[in-house]
Design a protein. Structure first.
Length: 427
């Protein structure tokens, strides 16, 4: 019996030893998994919170905050970098482009930060309403359609030849800058197949189109086109040399969403006549009047991009549309919290309180920040952000940091803003 008891005890000890070893293995595996998870989430956090690109001003020391263990390579060259316990600092006496590698424990690479050292600059926030008229560089194709021919049959002469977003530049090797000229060229061609020069994306192509004689005896190609557009926005800024930026987003065709390729355009004086308040699911708008006569032109549009519309103010209008010049606030200076926007709704550009709720440091589009209108006066007038307020400059801590770009349809008190540095880089 004693031997059996001893044997059972040995077996039990072996069993417990195996169980302990098994538990140890599982604990080690869990520990390794936890370390990988912590490392992954820390890497993701660093990648999101540390900008891909930074602007620094000549001669000014820029402090970059990092968690413990993260740093970069110290340098005493043109861009002088010094590691600190909570990150690193950098300063340069010259403009230029540099790459700063960020590493964990000085070994594990996290990301390379592109640093652009530029001269310090100021812009004048505006907030004034403006009328925008633009001419497209070619005739924008909206869609193709069927044509009822004189023979009673249905044709689609433009289908699979012309596509939405194409620009018609020439008909039969002659420029057709307006719809009227295109229509006249089509009538002159009759039912002959002719070469048509189009721009599709960045490519210029030649296609062949044969008009169809319709039941009204005219010739048609079954294609809807647009030659220009107009609307109301808010002027964001004017630079000291008279350049302007507005909207914070590009001008797109309302039917296709295509960014318009511009031949040119003008800014006009405008007056706000009324306001349709925004509500959940129903964006509001500013209703204005644009008198498009030569005396009302205040600037020339030269560029239409995803981050705004840019051009040159006329000298006589510059001072009327430029407020007090302020420093440009870079994205690393922006913080969650109170700020305000400039917008003119009643004849004078005024400050209205907002709150910056989220900041996307690596945003390359026109949705860099989420903001909320907190000013009771503005909410009483507009319900929040409405169409026509795009471009309203955003000010925080005495610096111009961005512009209003979009409203959140489900909550008109909330919307997006674009970094001013992104606009200036495009303009």
């Amino acid at each position: 019996m004693r031997f059996h008891s001893f044997l059972y005890g040995v077996i039990d000890m072996v069993r417990q030893s195996r169980i302990l070893r098994c538990w140890r293995r599982w604990l080690v595996l869990f520990l390794i998994a936890d370390l990988f998870a912590v490392g992954f989430f820390l890497y993701q956090y660093m990648d999101a919170s540390l900008p891909d690109k930074l602007y620094a001003f000549v001669g000014e020391t820029e402090d970059i905050s990092l968690p413990p263990g993260f740093g970069t390579e110290e340098s005493k060259e043109v861009l002088q970098i010094t590691n600190k316990d909570s990150g690193f600092s950098m300063v340069s006496k010259e403009t230029g482009s540099y790459q700063v590698p960020v590493k964990l424990f000085g070994v594990v690479p996290v990301k390379n930060v592109d640093v652009q050292v530029i001269q310090k600059m100021k812009v004048a926030p505006s907030g004034e309403p403006i009328g925008i008229y633009v001419e497209t560089n070619g005739l924008l194709v909206l869609d193709t359609a069927e044509v009822q021919g004189q023979d009673g049959l249905t044709y689609a002469p433009g289908e699979n030849i012309l596509k939405t977003g194409d620009y018609i530049l020439k008909w039969n090797d002659k420029a057709v800058p307006t719809i009227a000229k295109l229509n006249q060229a089509i009538q002159d061609s009759g039912d002959k197949k002719v070469p048509v020069t189009i721009r599709r994306g960045s490519e210029q192509l030649k296609v062949a189109v044969k008009p169809i004689q319709a039941t009204d005896h005219s010739y048609k190609i079954g294609t809807w086109v647009r030659e220009d557009t107009q609307g109301i926005g808010t002027l964001t800024y004017v630079t000291e040399d008279g350049n302007f930026g507005t909207l914070g987003h590009g001008i797109t065709d309302s039917d296709t969403g295509t960014l318009l390729n511009l031949h040119g355009g003008e800014l006009y004086k405008t007056r706000i006549l009324g306001i349709t308040k925004g509500a959940s699911g129903e964006p509001g708008e500013l209703q204005g009047y644009i008198n498009m006569v030569a005396d009302n032109v205040i600037g020339e549009i030269t560029k239409n991009t995803e981050l705004g519309v840019f051009g040159k103010m006329r000298k006589a209008s510059k001072n009327s549309y430029a407020g007090e010049y302020m420093p440009v606030g870079r994205k690393q200076e922006i913080r969650q919290g109170p700020a305000y926007i400039y917008v003119n709704l009643d004849g004078t550009a005024r400050k209205y309180k907002i709150r910056i709720e989220e900041i996307n440091m690596n945003s390359r589009d026109n949705k860099s920040m989420i903001l909320r209108i907190t000013d009771s006066r503005l909410r009483a007038m507009t319900g929040g952000i409405v169409q026509g307020m795009s471009g309203s400059p955003i000010i925080q801590d005495g610096k111009v940091i961005g512009a209003v770009t979009h409203v959140l349809v489900d909550d008109p008190a909330q919307g997006y803003g674009v970094f001013i540095e992104n606009m200036l880089a495009q303009g």
